[in-house]
Ligand binder design. Sequence first.
Ligand code: FMN
Length: 218
Amino acid sequence: MLCKTLSLLASLLVAALPGVAQELKPIPLPKPRMEGGMPLMEALKNRKTSREFSPAKLSPQILSDLLWAGFGINRPENAHRTAPSAMNSQEVDIYVATEDGSYVYDAAGNRLVPVAAGDIRAKTGKQEFVKIGPVSLLFVADLARLKKAKPEERDHYAAIDTGFICQNIYLYCASAGLSCVVHELDRDGLPEALKFKPEQKIVIAQTVGFPKEGATKK
Ligand SMILES: Cc1cc2nc3c(=O)[nH]c(=O)nc-3n(C[C@H](O)[C@H](O)[C@H](O)COP(=O)(O)O)c2cc1C
């Protein structure tokens, strides 16, 4: 009885203390929908930057479709991806920061792997929208994976490879009626918060969510 009361008190204390986070679990994603959507030419016609968001969360299905479009595996026989990468280095990981915590997209496992509890979205940019959009994507290059490139060329390739992923996400958002914006961010503190290895560098961020008005959940 005493044990039960103490454990209840401990969990209440943990819940009440800011920064003392509950442990996050991996989130399995539903199978991405690889068919349908808007015809490519129409998606290109609609692609745009939008900086106004509803705070409504994205469903696991939308998140799965979005991440697969961005940098999922489209050829399982050789694990190649929806975006090209220099020498097929696949050095860019998509970190997904939400209100509940930060995760990294595991394309092979089609799941989100927890990285850190707590909401870091407000730190992913200086503009107001980062606090409202439900998902901040951080494109993080592991430069060690660019081992076939000369060291002085690695940042350059990581930036180019990230650009392809961001554009895939822009086009998915155009097709799915979502808002998104690629944006610069304040990198201070994020490597520690996200437990980076020294070779990992954030290239850029992209906030995604429903448009402010007329949000429809699919
Ligand atoms: C590398 C890069 C950095 C950007 N940084 C920001 C940013 O920090 N904040 C922002 O609001 N938009 C940012 N943008 C979005 C651009 O402002 C936007 O693409 C441009 O105004 C053209 O608008 P469009 O995307 O609707 O065609 C960035 C875009 C790129 C490609």
